[in-house]
Design a protein around this ligand. Structure first.
Ligand code: CU
Length: 153
């Protein structure tokens, strides 16, 4: 009886050690991937996905997906003035003439709906996701907590 319980304990400890090892390797991989290409991915996120064209009486793209902390810029490519007005009063542009821009930095994750006050049927949406780097840190932390919990077995 006593002996089989000891054996069980040892098996649990071996499994816990294996999982801890795996978690450690995973967190190492996550750490290195968040350290190295961060500057390029941040640059890519900024340059490729944060511009909304106002073209032919519509906002393109919509929805626009960005990470928290990203500045979104609207550019009016139409021949008539448009505005960019948040439905929840979070941001509001002046009337934008052809070629004029409006920018707003989205700090908090969430969904932001907006419209053009000159043409209220023109609507758009910005989806702000949690910052990628913060996510990786959160996953690493969760793995560590799980490994520590398993070690208590
Ligand atoms: Cu408009």
């Amino acid at each position: 009886m006593q002996r089989s319980k000891m054996k069980q304990n040892r098996t649990a400890r071996i499994i816990a050690t294996a999982i801890l090892g795996a978690a450690f390797i995973v967190s190492l991989v996550l750490a290195s991937s968040s350290l190295r290409p961060r500057s390029t991915t941040a640059a890519q996120e900024k340059s490729s996905t944060s511009v909304v064209s106002i073209d032919n009486f519509s906002f393109v793209p919509s929805p626009l997906e960005i990470y928290a902390g990203t500045q979104a810029t609207w550019i009016n490519k139409d021949d008539v003035p448009h505005t960019v007005v948040s439905t929840d009063h979070k941001f509001k542009s002046q009337a934008l003439d052809t070629g004029e821009k409006f920018s707003f930095t989205f700090q908090d994750p969430g969904t932001y709906e907006y419209f053009c006050s000159v043409h209220p049927k023109m609507t758009g949406k910005i989806i702000v996701k949690p910052a990628a780097a913060a996510n990786r840190v959160r996953i690493g932390g969760a793995l560590l907590v799980e490994a520590l919990w398993l070690l208590r077995l």
